[in-house]
Design a protein around this ligand. Structure first.
Ligand code: AMP
Length: 216
């Protein structure tokens, strides 16, 4: 089963993707995470990528395609992919279809997390990621404590693009470039709308029910 997690920035795609990974034998592919890894590893390309991300724009399709090639061809990941933050425009959606087809796979469902803009802002501005274990917390909704997080609090990090100005641009980019993909998936009968305003566990219950219905 291959799943696309769809929604605006801050909709909870990363958090729900992690829940799906924990409960099903799937592998999360976050193009945002792959780009952040690239920024750490590769000084020249990394600087270019960072300046685009910090403006709230989309990185070029070529860069994204290069990062994904190994994943599509990896036999261990065959039919086990959850895409978080990909595709981000129609070209990428078409590219995803043709890459999956090439490796004899397809998309099983597209889960669209719907969240109001006001809540998105609060979720993004409060977001903290542990650079040691990768867990995601939120200062307002789910602060890291000694009960839910075993790493030193010094590892908690705010993303450089999680500020008010960049978030506004990211949201605009989402409306102009990413949202049009929904029709593409609707026409293929792959789309499931999910109320992304609920608590993490409640959202996951909805997702679990959809995945279970696809498995039978
Ligand atoms: P995310 O971690 O998904 O919120 O992505 C952070 C930023 O990385 C985005 O605002 C874009 O600048 C860039 N990015 C992530 N995924 C993609 C993608 N599929 N295509 C183009 N740019 C992307």
């Amino acid at each position: 089963m291959n799943i696309v997690l769809f929604g605006p920035p801050g909709a909870g795609k990363g958090t729900q993707g992690d829940q799906i990974v924990k409960n099903f034998n799937l592998y999360k592919v976050s193009t945002g995470d792959l780009l952040r890894e690239e920024i750490k590893k590769n000084i020249n390309l990394g600087n270019k990528i960072k300046s685009i991300i910090d403006k709230g724009l989309l990185v070029s399709d070529n860069i994204i395609n290069d990062l994904l090639i190994k994943i599509f061809s990896d036999k261990k990941l065959y039919n086990r992919l959850i895409f978080d933050g990909y595709p981000r425009n129609l070209e990428q959606a078409r590219n995803l279809d043709s890459c999956l087809k090439k490796y004899k796979q397809k998309i099983s469902c597209v889960l669209c997390l719907n969240v109001e803009k006001k809540l998105i802002l609060k979720r993004i501005l409060g977001r903290q990621t542990c650079i040691n274990c990768g867990l995601i917390f939120n200062e307002y909704f789910m602060p890291a404590t000694s009960k839910n997080h075993s790493c030193d609090p010094k590892f908690l990090n705010k993303r450089s693009d999680d500020n008010e100005k960049t978030v506004t641009n990211r949201f605009e980019t989402y409306l102009n470039k990413t949202l049009p993909i929904l029709d593409f998936y609707k026409e293929q009968n792959l789309l499931h709308h999910i109320n992304g305003m609920l608590e993490i566990d409640q959202i996951f219950d909805e997702i679990r029910a959809i995945i279970a219905s696809l498995e039978t």
